[in-house]
Design a protein around this ligand. Sequence first.
Ligand code: SF4
Length: 217
Amino acid sequence: MTKRTKAILDKLDEVYTREYKCYLDHETPWQLLIATMLSAQCTDARVNIVTKELFKKYDTVEKFANADLKELEQDIKPTGFYHNKAKNIISCTNTLMEKYNGEVPDSLEDLTALAGVGRKTANVIRGNIFNQPSIVVDTHVKRISKRLGLTKEDDPEKVEFELMKVLPKDHWILYNIQIITFGRQICFARGPKCEECFLTDYCLEYKEKNKKKKIKK
Ligand code: SF4
């Protein structure tokens, strides 16, 4: 790990601590799997509102597997893209019942073979449920890692591989948790609060903005 990367991680640890937390409410691995599937193109807050009732109505994997498609679509409608999400949830939970006895598998290969489960969802499960070092590349991680010069890539899978090279394994899960908090509180996609930021010394975008300001003067 370079000195620069270590300095960024030290700052993140200092401000956000090394506490693990998951933004999606769940009590079981399969609930986190479904909540993560629902979170595509939707805020975690909205998913948590929807799953509060959803997990009461469908309180087992089996009930999701046997759900009526149209009814499930209506149940998850507020999360958007509900036709595809409902179809994938039914197919995915059927596979869980048929192949894994209703349990959630832990390998990246088995997880990504499930309907509607990509690397991001698989890594959420591996990190949060099975405590296996994994880097989740969501919109915050992608945007902020680029601003901080930790990656040059745009494609989430390439970002994940670049971050795996530059971040120490004990920070893989933590980095995602800290960066999501940072992205929600300070480093917004539009209009980031740079004046409140504790990472200005490492931010390429901030340096670029300042350079332009100086040239204008
Ligand atoms: S300086 Fe601004 S753009 Fe850069 S990391 Fe901080 S908040 Fe984000």
